[in-house]
Design a protein around this ligand. Structure first.
Ligand code: ACO
Ligand code: ZN
Length: 160
C-alpha cells in the first residue's frame, strides 16, 4: 500500500469533504474547509494514493498569547478515510505536522479531542502527547474535550 503526503489544493476539496463527512458526527462545512485551505497561518496536508485522497490534516501556527513571541502548533483536524484506517496514515500525517511545527520553532503542539474518541486518543498518546485539561461541553452536542499537548525541543532561542 503506497501513498505520499503533499500540500492540498482546491481540486482536492471535494474528496477531503467526503472524508470529513464519513469521519465526523458534526463535519466541517465545505466552505470552512475552503477557508482553512486559504488561511495564511495554516497548512493543509493530504495523503494521496495513486489516484485517491485518503486522509488529511490541518495545522495552524498560533501565538501562546497576544503579542507573545512564543509560538505553538495546533492540530485543527485530522481524518483518514474509513477504508484506509489502521495502516499508519494518521501517524504519518501527525509526524509531518509535528516536523513542520518544530521547523517553525513552536514550543509545543496542542489539540482537542472528544473524550469518547478512543482511536484518536490512542494515536496521540502513542506519539507522546499528554492530557493537560478537560474542557466541559466543548463540542456542539455537549461532549467534553481533552486538550492534549506535545512539548517540542527548542531549536533556537528567540533573540529579544
Ligand atoms: N482503536 C484503537 N486504537 C487505534 C484505532 C482504533 N480504532 N485506530 C488507531 N489507533 C491507534 C493505534 O494505537 C494505532 O497503532 P496500531 O495500528 O499499530 O495499533 C495508532 O493509533 C496509529 O494508527 P494509524 O493507522 O496511524 O491511524 P489511522 O490512519 O487509522 O488514523 C484517525 C487515525 C485519524 C484517528 C482515524 O481513526 C480517523 O480518521 N478517525 C475519525 C476522525 C477523527 O476522529 N479524527 C480525530 C479528531 S480530533 C482532531 O482532529 C484534533
Ligand atoms: Zn482545536
Amino acid at each position: 500500500m503506497k501513498y505520499r503526503l503533499r500540500d492540498a489544493n482546491e481540486d482536492d476539496l471535494v474528496k477531503i469533504y467526503e472524508i470529513e463527512r464519513l469521519s465526523f458526527k458534526n463535519p466541517y462545512g465545505y466552505d470552512l474547509l475552503w477557508w482553512l485551505l486559504k488561511a495564511p497561518n495554516c497548512f493543509f496536508i493530504v495523503a494521496e494514493t495513486d489516484n485517491d485522497i485518503v486522509g488529511y490534516l490541518i495545522g495552524r501556527y498560533e501565538r501562546e498569547r497576544i503579542f507573545s513571541k512564543l509560538k505553538r502548533g495546533h492540530i485543527v483536524s485530522i481524518a483518514v478515510h474509513p477504508k484506509w484506517r489502521r495502516k499508519g496514515i494518521g501517524t504519518a500525517l501527525m509526524l509531518e505536522a509535528i516536523r513542520r511545527f518544530q521547523e517553525a520553532n513552536c514550543t509545543r503542539v496542542i489539540l482537542e479531542v472528544r473524550v469518547s474518541n478512543k482511536p484518536a486518543i490512542q494515536l496521540y498518546e502513542k506519539l507522546g502527547f499528554r492530557r493537560i485539561k478537560r474542557i466541559k461541553g466543548y463540542y456542539i452536542d455537549g461532549e467534553d474535550a481533552w486538550v492534549y499537548e506535545l512539548p517540542l525541543k527548542e531549536r533556537e532561542k528567540p533573540n529579544d
